[in-house]
Write a protein that binds this ligand. Structure first.
Ligand code: FE2
Length: 135
């Protein structure tokens, strides 16, 4: 089956190993959804939420350790998407809510992934690479 969202090295590889690994794991979980089964979207979003909490905590620890100046904006973006995922999970108690969650999963989450990676994460990596030589 065709993947919902391919990992595109040109676009998605930031060249900072620990973060690249987390981004790839995110897409592996994302792509493992069974599109035929409405419950699968809720299950995978639950896993993505837990994974994203770990992922963001890792980035935020790096921001704090190396004194990243725009940490507040970046952390706000993290908190916003975590709240959004939780919102759709809470909504998915009804069949209407499940359809909303599915639409969010298919339409908005991949756009968020690209935008966040291209803007916030790539800026963070650029900064980190000026501070640390190992990745
Ligand atoms: Fe981030």
């Amino acid at each position: 089956m065709k993947k919902l969202k391919e990992f595109e090295p040109q676009k998605h590889l930031l060249k900072f190993d620990s973060m690249d690994e987390l981004q790839q794991e995110f897409l592996e979980i994302y792509n493992s959804v069974n599109g035929e089964n409405i419950n699968s979207f809720k299950e995978k979003l639950t896993v993505l939420l837990a994974h994203s909490k770990k992922h963001f905590a890792h980035e935020e620890a790096l921001m704090d350790e190396f004194g990243y100046l725009t940490h507040k904006e970046h952390k706000d973006e993290h908190n916003k998407v975590l709240a959004e995922m939780q919102y759709f999970l809470n909504l998915a108690q009804s069949s209407f809510g499940q359809r909303m969650l599915k639409a969010y999963y298919l339409e908005k989450l991949p756009l968020w992934f690209d935008l966040h990676l291209i803007s916030m994460d790539s800026d963070l990596v650029h900064f980190l690479n000026t501070k640390v030589k190992v990745s």
